[in-house]
Design a protein around this ligand. Structure first.
Ligand SMILES: Nc1ncnc2c1ncn2[C@@H]1O[C@H](COP(=O)(O)OP(=O)(O)OP(=O)(O)O)[C@@H](O)[C@H]1O
Length: 227
């Protein structure tokens, strides 16, 4: 079973008199353990697609199923449920809470998602350890390196059992060796734990871990995607 199937996703932004067709019928499926790169020039629709596929934004038309279940975009509660249960996001700006420690940043995210159970807390600690932050649990973000902050963002996105990970430029602003370390982590999470990873990036280094590269232009997929 595919972990995520997006079919014929169309998104039109309509504001005032202007109308932007950001997605013009995107179909893309992610399998468990698969790492897919989403490339394309600025404005081609990558962020919009990840927002729809990640249930942050409803499309104008099209269908999405996540872990075998169709998402009902007419019900915001359904979108929230799917997001909480299955999807993690890593943004390039990390979005960490500056006053919270590493561990608290991850636990707080669980709390927001209504998942602060002893079981998920144990799992979160395990993820933080696996990701090499076991000795940084009590540090606040200001005391971490860029790569460490990025790893906290990844750990937070994965906590609570997220099987699907969306990462927007996860290596931006990182030294190349730290970027490679982050890529190694994403690769391990996909290959050893069966998570699906979709990465929007301009960084050619990310291609080294990709199973597949798909490219967007003007709201369309232009190459590489055949289901
Ligand atoms: N909230 C919005 N309202 C109106 N238009 C928008 C909105 N968000 C994005 N757009 C437009 O939709 C198109 C696709 O934008 P999107 O951010 O998805 O592209 P992108 O490929 O992620 O770009 P970048 O690489 O710069 O992040 C662009 O023309 C953009 O201006």
């Amino acid at each position: 079973m595919k972990s995520l199937v997006a079919e014929e996703i169309v998104k039109v932004y309509q504001e005032g008199g202007s109308r932007v067709e950001a997605l013009r019928g995107i179909s893309l499926a992610l399998a468990p353990s698969e790492i897919v790169i989403l490339e394309g020039p600025s404005g081609s629709g990558k962020t919009t697609f990840m927002s729809v596929a990640g249930c942050l934004l409803s499309p104008t038309s099209g269908r999405l199923s996540v872990e075998g279940q169709g998402v009902d975009f007419s019900r915001p509660k359904d979108m929230v449920r799917v997001r909480r249960e299955s999807i993690g996001f890593v943004f390039q700006s990390f979005n960490l809470f500056p006053a919270l420690t590493v561990l608290e940043n991850v636990l707080y995210a669980l709390q927001i998602r209504g998942k602060l159970t002893p079981e998920y807390e144990r799992e979160a600690r395990t993820i933080l350890e696996q990701i090499g932050l076991g000795h940084r649990l009590d540090f606040i973000p200001a005391r971490l390196s860029g790569g460490e902050k990025q790893r906290v963002a990844i750990a937070r996105a994965l906590s609570g059992g997220s099987r699907i990970l969306f990462a927007d430029e996860p290596t931006a602003n990182l030294d190349s060796h730290v970027g490679l370390e982050v890529l190694g982590i994403l690769r391990r999470l996909a290959k050893e734990e069966g998570r699906s990873v979709l990465v929007a990036t301009h960084d050619p280094a990310v291609r080294t871990i990709a199973d597949r590269v798909v490219r967007m232009r003007d709201g369309c997929l232009v190459e590489g995607e055949n289901g």
